[in-house]
Structure formats: C-alpha cells, structure tokens
Design a protein around this ligand. Structure first.
Ligand SMILES: *Cc1c(COP(=O)(O)O)cnc(C)c1O
Length: 457
C-alpha cells in the first residue's frame, strides 16, 4: 500500500514512513493511493479479529501480519468492555456506539492505543528513539500518555496550564506511573503551553538533538484505526446504516467515509457541530471561512479549522492535488474560500450537518436520559441532537457515535440532569492515586533544559 499527499507534490510513502512523518512535505495529508476492498474472514467475529482483517491491507508491506495482530490484540486488551465498542439501542431505529471504554474514557483511545504500539514497533525496528512533546488543555494529553506509557523507544513530556484543567483530566495524566512519562504544570495558560511547544519545534538544533516528534491528530494511522468500528457496527445491524458523528477535526467522520469506500453499506453521515460550526456553515453555503473559537460544553470540538476535511475534498476531486493545494492556499491566505458547486454537491451526497448550541446540548442530555435512562456526555449529546434534526429514512438505522464517557464531563452532565455521573470501576480510586507532576515557569529555556535532562533520545 502506498500513500499520496493531498497536495500532490510530496513523494508517495509506505505505511511506516507515513506513520512517523505526520504532515507531508508539501503541507498536505497522506491518504491511501486507493482504498482496499473490505475482506473480513468468515470466522472473524471479535472486535480484534475484524480489526486485523480491516486494517492489515493498510500496513501490508511495512508490518508482518503476526506482529500487527499481536499489537491490535494488545491495544484493545485494556478496554473495559468485551466488545471494545458496544452498540446500545436508544429507540426503534437509533443506536449508540460506545467508543469510551478505553483507559481515558474517550474515543481517541481507540486509535491512540494502537498508534502508540505502532510507533514503538517501528522505532525499535529502525533502532531509533523519539521524544514526544505536547500541550494539552486536558483531553488529548491523557489519551496520548496512556497510549505511550512504558514504550521503550519513546519519551513523553506533556505540558498543561497549572490550575486550569479539570480535576479528572489532570489526574488521568498525573497518576500514570511510568518511567517515560513526564507531566509539567506550566505557570500560564493553555496558549502559553502551546507556544512553548511550537517554540521547541522551531528551535531546530534542539528539535534535532532531542528527536522531537508528535502523535499528530492528522496521522493517517489514527484514521485507519477508526474505520474499524464503522465496520463492526454495520455488521451487527446488517443492511445499510447511517451514522451521526459529533465532529471537530473531521477525523472520526472521515474514517467513516473510508469505511464506506472500502465497501461498508453506509447511507449517509450526519455531522454534529457545536457553536464552532465551520463545517455546518460550509455544508450549507459551500464557503469555508475562519471565525473565532468559542468555548463550549463540548471542548474537544472547539476547533476552528477541521484539517481532515482536506482528505475528503481530495477524494472528491479525484486525487487532483493541484486543485486542493490551490484551494487551501486561498483559504490560508484570505481566511475564506468558496468551493466549486460540483464539489459541494459531491459532499452533500453523503454528508449533512447540524449545529447544536450549549442550551440544546444540555436539553439533549436531559431528554435522552428521560427517554432511555442513559446518561450521555455533551459531545455525544451533540451527535444525538444532530441525528434528531436530520430525521430518519425508512428502514435505515441511525448509529450515533458516543465519543466520551459522561464522567469525563461531570459538571455539564450534573448541570443538565442534577445527578453527577460516576467514574467506571477501573478509575474509581482515581482521587486517591498519587500524582506525579513537575512545575515550571512559562520560560522556554527552563522547559528545554528540563526536556534535555530527562530524555534518552
Ligand atoms: C476529539 C473528540 C471529538 C472530535 O473528533 P474529531 O475526530 O476531531 O472530529 C469528539 N468528541 C470527543 C469526546 C473528542 O475527544
């Protein structure tokens, strides 16, 4: 399998290079040259067995099948549900796909648990090491830490703004007891943390000496891992299905599109946005334009530019990288771009979008509880509300992606229904686990000295 850049000029790469490279040299994102045809073996029934069959064509040529199968098995062994991604019925024709049974209670675990193992495997094969540095406002940091803990070839330093992440989120990061993980509380804001990370990457001698790297949200391996649950849930329900996906960076829903291209019978995708609605405005008008980021009850979707949308557009223009490069340059330059109407028509064939504001999100948490007895988190509520707005087609079940456990966002849930959701059993003692965190000033030299001292790179 070879991968090509959405901007057409970077060299095609194999899977292992795509894994470690992240962004393509021409600024584009890698996608498979062609989508493999789904070929799940007769006897494959467990999540892991199906996952290996679905994903192996993407890694073939880079990883041996047995090695890959054992990494997949290992990645999902720690999930607290035997189905990994169970389906729960909400009403006659609506199902909730629970993607939050991993260690940090959000769907990002499904991809990152595998990606951490793929990184380690490939680095060991090459005899290389990396230092992952990242800034987090809470959510991604914990998923990355859990995925990369105890990996031989990887050191991890995650910066968070001191006193500005929620208790649950901080503890999910700081209670991890692993020799290769460091949490640093920075005396500053999230933006300060992000600026420090950018400055470390911009310091080329430092970056090269420490072999800095990132488990990027645009890494194709994450897209690949997320195609699997679209396959397993359609197989459970049989016949064509539709999916409603609460969306930020367009990564999760693009994985669904990939599954469709591989042959899964999917009727359409309903995109749910919060107040940060660049995607739903694009679907309504054909114009994509940047606006300010607003803080909402679903913070993992507080995103201005949905970078993975570029992958979909590239698919829909028949892999014309020059056209995508030109549209993206205009978007970067002017902050707004209007797409050709044929392109918008092609998107609209499979996707519709709905914006759900905080009041509607709160109302949906309450309504879902009243009607089904299930407690859902604010991100999932955006998906459920969007699926309601989209309506139903006769005989086509709707699967809503449940992207976080309600206990990860207890304040929003409590405000909506007056009851505070409890952490699942494996995290019940989170409050009393010892925390490991170092504190540093908002100062590049201090942070670089800290990274240089601990890393084994
Ligand atoms: C990251 C995240 C999303 C958005 O996923 P994208 O792939 O960025 O669209 C939705 N919900 C939760 C809980 C998340 O952590």
């Amino acid at each position: 399998m070879r991968y090509v850049s959405t901007r057409g000029t970077a060299p095609p790469l194999g899977f292992s290079d795509v894994l470690l490279t992240g962004l393509a040299a021409d600024g584009g994102l890698y996608v498979p040259e062609s989508w493999p045809r789904l070929a799940v073996r007769e006897g494959a029934t467990s999540y892991v067995d199906v996952a290996v069959d679905v994903m192996f064509p993407f890694v073939e040529g880079s990883i041996e099948r047995d090695d890959f199968a054992s990494m997949v098995d290992d990645a999902y062994a720690g999930f607290d549900h035997p189905d990994v991604a169970p389906l729960v019925q909400l009403d006659d024709d609506t199902w909730l796909l629970e993607l939050f049974h991993g260690p940090t209670l959000a769907f990002k675990d499904v991809a990152l648990q595998l990606v951490g193992r793929l990184f380690d495997h490939e680095l060991a094969r090459r005899g290389e090491r990396v230092t992952i540095v990242g800034a987090t406002s809470g959510d991604t940091g914990s998923a990355a830490i859990e995925a990369l803990r105890d990996r031989e070839a990887i050191d991890v330093v995650i910066l968070h703004p001191k006193g500005r992440v929620s208790d649950v989120q901080r503890k999910l990061m700081t209670t991890v007891d692993a020799p290769n993980i460091r949490n640093v509380a920075i005396d500053g804001t999230f933006d300060d943390c992000q600026d420090l990370v950018k400055a470390m990457f911009a310091d080329v001698p430092f970056r090269e000496r420490q072999r800095l790297s990132a488990v990027n949200s645009i890494n194709f391996a994450r897209v690949m891992a997320q195609t699997v649950y679209y396959v397993t849930s359609q197989r459970r329900l049989g016949g064509p299905v539709s999916f409603a996906v609460p969306t930020g960076n367009f990564g999760n829903v693009f994985s669904g599109y990939g599954a469709m291209r591989m042959g899964v019978p999917i009727r359409r995708f309903v995109i749910g946005s919060n107040r940060n609605d660049i995607l739903t405005r694009f679907l309504a008008t054909g114009t994509m334009s940047i606006s300010e980021v607003h803080a909402t009850l679903s913070p993992a979707m507080d995103i201005q530019v949905s970078s993975n949308l570029e992958r979909l557009l590239f698919e829909l223009v028949g892999h014309d990288g020059a056209q995508i490069a030109e549209l993206m340059a205009r978007f970067r330059g002017e902050g707004t771009v209007t797409f050709p109407s044929e392109l918008l028509d092609a998107v609209s064939e499979s996707f519709s979008g709905f914006r759900v504001d905080d009041d509607e999100t709160t109302a949906e948490i309450r309504r879902t509880y009243d009607e089904t007895g299930l407690v859902i988190d604010p991100h999932t509520a955006v998906g459920v509300a969007a699926s309601r707005a989209a309506g139903r087609e006769q005989g086509i079940p709707m699967v809503v992606l449940g992207t976080a456990h309600p206990a990860k966002f207890p304040d929003a849930v409590e405000a909506a229904m007056g009851v505070r959701p409890e952490l699942p059993p494996h995290l019940a003692d989170l409050d009393v686990r010892p925390e490991r965190v170092d504190e540093l000033p908002n100062d590049l030299a201090a942070v670089e000295a800290y990274v240089a001292e601990l890393t084994r790179a």
